[in-house]
Ligand binder design. Sequence first.
Ligand code: NAD
Ligand code: ZN
Length: 249
Amino acid sequence: MRDTTTLLRRMIEESRRISVFTGAGISTESGIPDFRSPGGVWSRERPIPFDAFLASEAARQETWRRRFALEPILRAARPNRGHAAVAALVATGRTEAVVTQNIDGLHQASGVPDAQVIEVHGNTTWAACLDCGRRHEIADLAAAFAADGRAPRCDRCGGLVKTATIAFGQAMPAAAMARAEATMTAAELCLVVGSSLVVWPAAGLPVAAKQAGAVLVIVNRAPTPLDEMADLVLRGEIGAVLGEAVGVQ
Ligand code: NAD
Ligand code: ZN
């Protein structure tokens, strides 16, 4: 592991354009469970697809019950060494933007400017009306849910309110995907950090980077379907590996 970390350090030093693509694995060291690690959310609760959310009040209530249950964990979470390493890369000017599947806002909290975080699966720290787009705050929705147990409705138009995330089966955000693809395919070096790389179309972004000529590096403790395509795979803990490779404590 030490040798490959040294190799990654050199690759980073020698690259002028570095794209970074992150998944839930970068936030587990901040106490937020990922989906597919043993004991992760996936083993206990299957995600509720978008069409089910639209179709039934019971599905909406269950979606919100899970979201509010996660709130103490999200509130307590602070960026870790992996986030700090990514923020340091952005600060060098060689990483134009961080492309993330995460919905936790920790890249922003680690000091990456909002405009340089591309969230391809949205953000769960706020909610929006599916009809009129009005923003709703999680704390207000939680208080109302605690009082009446009903899935929130928009106070302006009566529409369904949902976290500002992309559920399974929901359309991807077109502008964010276009920006993500542009920055990933422009890179010389593409760092993929903490993603199982099984969720599409997001997993197609590192593939596009590789096809466009980037050197592809995967940092993940478990194997991924793209390992064979990668130029270098580091099977370690993200904070330690990236921290050492970037030179961040
Ligand atoms: P995933 O759970 O499918 O995969 C995470 C990967 O990270 C796993 O392969 C795991 O082995 C690895 N990993 C976990 N902790 C690690 C560590 N400390 N060091 C090294 N490797 C580690 O996550 P995904 O690929 O991002 O897909 C899940 C989807 O669920 C995403 O689209 C995301 O929107 C959502 N999600 C987000 C969060 C979050 O925002 N923090 C958390 C859970 C799920
Ligand atoms: Zn509305």
